[in-house]
Design a protein around this ligand. Structure first.
Ligand code: SF4
Length: 159
């Protein structure tokens, strides 16, 4: 399966805890005012990689503590991303995902069962703060996905 990606950052320290491998997915229809990644909006931009190619690129990095999906809108490539997330989860990686959808809107997305943390909601310039950990605006939540799925309601991740 192919994913359309905007780019890859093999060693990031700003997209979740520790040093993380980040996959930026291409294509986003949220068009948040103040978005810093407008080059990722075009659904036909970027380039294609197979899930296997990305998986092997992650495996080559020995010292990472997890993998983060960012964008663009990762959850719009749900079927393909779920396959990659399943491969990574079963290999033991901690998985974070940024999305412009709220937790409620993302229910039923096949990527969710493989995630540890979902950072949800669109970036809102009116709620922007530089003091927030791993998120850009106050409306966004760091959600403990596994605990939330179990509880049937949002359980916040405690860093
Ligand atoms: S969801 Fe993210 S990539 Fe998409 S417009 Fe909003 S800030 Fe930009």
């Amino acid at each position: 399966m192919h994913l359309r990606v905007a780019g890859i950052e093999p060693e990031s320290v700003v997209d979740g805890p520790g040093v993380r491998f980040v996959v930026f997915l291409q294509g986003c229809g949220h068009h948040c005012h103040g978005c810093h990644n407008k080059q990722t909006w075009n659904k036909t931009g970027g380039y294609e990689m197979t899930t296997g190619e990305i998986f092997r690129a992650v495996r080559q990095k020995e010292l990472i503590s997890g993998v983060t999906f960012s964008g663009g809108e990762p959850l719009d490539q749900a079927r393909e991303l779920a396959q990659l997330a399943e491969m990574l989860k079963h290999t033991g990686y901690n998985l974070w995902c940024y999305t412009g959808y709220t937790w409620e809107e993302a229910q039923g997305n096949p990527v969710l069962p493989y995630l540890d943390v979902l950072v949800d909601g669109p970036f809102m310039e009116s709620e922007k703060s530089l003091d927030l950990l791993f998120r850009g605006s106050r409306n966004q939540r760091l959600i403990d996905v596994q605990e939330s799925l179990k509880a049937g309601e949002v359980v916040l991740f405690k860093p």
